[in-house]
Every structure is written in C-alpha cells, then in structure tokens.
Write a protein that binds this ligand. Structure first.
Ligand code: SAH
Length: 224
C-alpha cells in the first residue's frame, strides 16, 4: 500500500465514516479517488487532511467530508446522469464518476476547467465531460439529470437547474443571502412535477457567480 493509499483509508475511516456518512457507494468512491492528484504538488502532503485547499484563481477544493455529505444527499444508486456546477479541481466530479454513469461538470473559470479536465483524464475518468460555461444555466444539451450537485453558494434557489431535473431527480445546492454562509438544500422533483425542498446543514462555499448567481467579473471567454 502506498503512503497516500494508507492516508486515504484513514481519512475515510476517521472523517467520513467516522462522522456519520454511511452510504457504502459514497464510502467506496471516496476510498478510490486519489485526492492528491487534484491539488498542486506543494499541497499533496495535506491531501488527506479533512479541509479545503487552494486550487488557484481564488477557489478551493472542498473539504472531503462536505463532498461526501453532499453526494450522500443525492442518494445515487449507480448509473445515473449527474450534473455538477463548479468543477474546480475535478475532485468531486471524480467521486461522482465512481458511482454515476455519466457526469457533466461545468466550470466558469477557463484555467480551472482545463485543469479539471486534465486531472480527470490523467486519473483515467472517461465518463466525465467538462464544460466551460456559466453553470447557473445548467447544461441544456445534456438535460434532464437524475442528480445535480452545486459546489458553490447561490444567493437564491437557481430555477434553471431545478427545471433540468428528471422526475424523481435531486438537486443539492448551498443557498444563502451572504457570499460566505449558506444552507445546504436538497430539492426533489416529484413524479407529478412538483418540487419538495429540505434543509440539510449549514455550510460555507465560495460564491456561485453567474446569471442565477452572484454578480461577478465575466470569466467565461470561449464556451467549449
Ligand atoms: N467541486 C470542486 C470545488 C470547486 S469550488 C472541487 O472538487 O474541486 C467552486 C467552483 O465553482 C469554483 O471553481 C468556481 O469557479 C466555480 N463556479 C462559481 N460559479 C460558477 C458558475 N456559475 N458556473 C460554473 N462554475 C462556477
């Protein structure tokens, strides 16, 4: 076993299972994804600490426990079509890709979208599609989705994303009226088209910036 593998097993035991995550699909996915491959080499010694780390452009890779908590809330069974908004380093998309059939990951900052795609490619993920765009608009060409994960904090519930859920689909999104603090909310689209909403936890994410997000500098140059 490499040193990183041993650290990863310890992190999952102590910080993921140990803090109450019980979905075996999530636990085994977290045991497989090499988080050190999604952070800069200078931070690889911290890859299995349960905290966020800088990934450049003022953004962060989320804390592993929070990634596990959000993905558990999506209640995946395997094989689904999943959309992630805020690909960042590509780490959460990799965890999703271990469970889901196809993962569509949108990132608004060009250098991060390219980095996420190359990190995922380097780790052999062939079922993740990275797109440079404003993810508050979802991904119209690939909808509907069985699950949508938003990895940045929205000022209000993003309606365009709700509309891209398949019947029975789940959307997990941090929503809050400050740029720093949010409530994690799960929206389920019921079979009759109505939406059910549940608050899950208090969280802190970087802001979701875009049409249905916070105002911010235009970062999308060439949509790919
Ligand atoms: N899931 C990432 C965490 C990234 S942090 C990981 O595992 O590393 C949140 C990311 O959301 C940042 O990269 C930020 O640029 C991105 N983001 C913010 N607003 C966005 C938007 N409207 N569309 C797509 N990405 C967005």
């Amino acid at each position: 076993m490499t040193d990183f593998e041993a650290q990863r097993k310890r992190m999952v035991a102590d910080h993921i299972r140990g803090r109450g995550i019980s979905d075996e699909l999530v636990l085994s996915a977290m045991e497989k994804v090499c988080r050190e491959a999604f952070v800069a080499a200078q931070f690889s010694f911290l890859a299995y600490e349960d905290g966020p780390l800088p990934i450049g452009e003022g953004q962060t890779i989320s804390q592993p426990y929070v990634v596990a908590f959000m993905i558990e809330a999506l209640a995946l069974k395997g094989g689904e079509r999943v959309l992630e908004i805020g690909a960042g380093s590509g780490y959460a998309a990799a965890v999703l890709a271990q469970i889901a059939g196809e993962v569509y990951a949108v990132e608004r900052i060009g250098p991060l979208a390219h980095k996420a795609a190359s990190n995922l490619d380097g780790q052999g993920y062939r079922n993740v599609h990275v797109h440079l765009a404003d993810g508050t608009r979802g991904w119209e060409d690939a909808e509907p989705f069985d699950a949508i994960l938003v990895s940045a904090g929205a000022p209000a519930m993003p309606d365009m994303l709700k509309r891209q859920l398949a019947p029975g689909g789940r959307l997990v999104v941090p929503v809050g009226d400050s740029r720093q603090d949010q409530e994690l909310i799960r929206v389920t689209r019921l079979a009759d088209g109505r939406f059910e909403q549940k608050k899950l936890a208090d969280v802190r994410f970087v802001p979701l910036i875009g049409e249905e997000g916070w105002p911010g500098p235009s970062a999308v140059t060439t949509p790919t």
